[in-house]
Design a protein. Structure first.
Length: 300
């Protein structure tokens, strides 16, 4: 099918590439011309704005880094909302349920359907087509885009209610954010007491403490100290803040989430928005006076 794709970054590039490889015809746009040209080299057609994309296709997908970017791309002056052909906007970004509802309502006034479709599984999942793709919106439109979304990973239809898939995604990312900082605290404790961090990770992964940080992030990006997993701290903090907002809007106050939120605010303050989110261990190491991994393993 003809598909518009806006936002060709760490995730969007691979998702768009997989759609081209599955014989879909892609019209692409990004604010970075370099990002557009990478996809044009693979067979995509370049567009000049979100509106231009939406003038040419019925289905527009987006993978954008902030709530503001999704809002602007969907509903801005030169946005998808102004397109002549567009029938549905499939937002693969994480924006939280309130922003998803806001975009849904604005597009609805022009009879454009919003399919809220956040994804989980990281850059590696986008590359291999093994993402968890959570979808909420009208079932009929979901059926239309199902074959294309299936190229990206495993599909989960959450509900027709706008924003429901965002709530699901935030619950998932809260657990991912928690695993990262909790595993960092556990390993820093071990190293401070003289344990070998690589050995600790082996034990955890064979035991009941195993989680996505111990299984994937520590072996690949923390123990070698490459801090290059492919998810920016800014994006993780965005998701944690959105999750806390979601809990508050439901009248909930959750103790673990609030502690995790405070830790991530320290990470973005100390390591910067552009750091990789696996750098979350660094403030915890600094406070303990240890370094985990690297050439010498754990050092005091
Ligand atoms: P990214 O920053 O690598 O890519 C975003 C792309 O959007 C960039 O190419 C940027 O130039 C482009 N862009 C920004 N503003 C734009 C605009 N107004 N119009 C057009 N293009 C614009 O981000 P990413 O890591 O690919 O994440 C994208 C989304 O996917 C985020 O919502 C993130 O939370 C979510 N996500 C990321 C991961 C991950 O591991 N990176 C995993 C799951 C979900």
């Amino acid at each position: 099918m003809d598909i518009g794709f806006i936002g060709l970054g760490r995730m969007g590039f691979h998702m768009a590439r997989r759609l081209i490889e599955a014989q879909h015809r892609l019209i692409v746009f990004d604010t970075s011309n370099e990002a557009i040209q990478r996809l044009v080299a693979l067979g995509a057609t370049a567009a000049s704005s979100p509106k231009d994309v939406a003038d040419r296709v019925e289905t527009v997908m987006a993978s954008l880094p902030s709530l503001q970017a999704s809002l602007e791309v969907a509903t801005g002056a030169d946005g998808v909302i102004e397109g002549k052909r567009v029938k549905r906007f499939v937002d693969l970004s994480t924006v939280g349920s309130q922003m998803a509802v806001r975009i849904h309502d604005a597009l609805g006034e022009r009879n454009i359907v919003q399919l809220d479709s956040p994804v989980s599984g990281g850059v590696a999942g986008a590359e291999k087509g093994t993402l968890a793709v959570m979808v909420s919106g009208p079932q009929a439109d979901y059926e239309t885009v199902k074959p294309a979304l299936a190229v990206l990973g495993k599909l989960f239809f959450i509900a027709e209610k706008p924003g429901a898939a965002q709530t699901m995604k935030l619950a998932n990312n809260f657990l991912s954010a928690t695993a990262m900082v909790a595993t960092s605290e556990a390993v820093v404790m071990g190293v401070k007491a003289g344990l070998d961090p690589a050995g600790m990770i082996d034990v955890i992964n064979a035991g009941s403490g195993m989680n996505t940080a111990s299984r994937d992030k520590f072996p690949r990006s923390v123990l070698p100290r490459s801090f290059d997993f492919g998810f920016a701290t800014a994006l993780m903090v965005k998701d944690v803040r959105l999750c806390l907002d979601e809990m508050k809007s439901l009248g909930l106050s959750m103790e673990v989430a609030e502690a995790v939120g405070r830790l991530w605010e320290t990470v973005i303050r100390d390591e910067g928005a552009d750091s990789d989110f696996t750098a979350a261990i660094k403030p915890i190491e600094k406070a303990a006076g240890v370094v985990v991994g690297g050439k010498g393993g754990g050092q005091k």
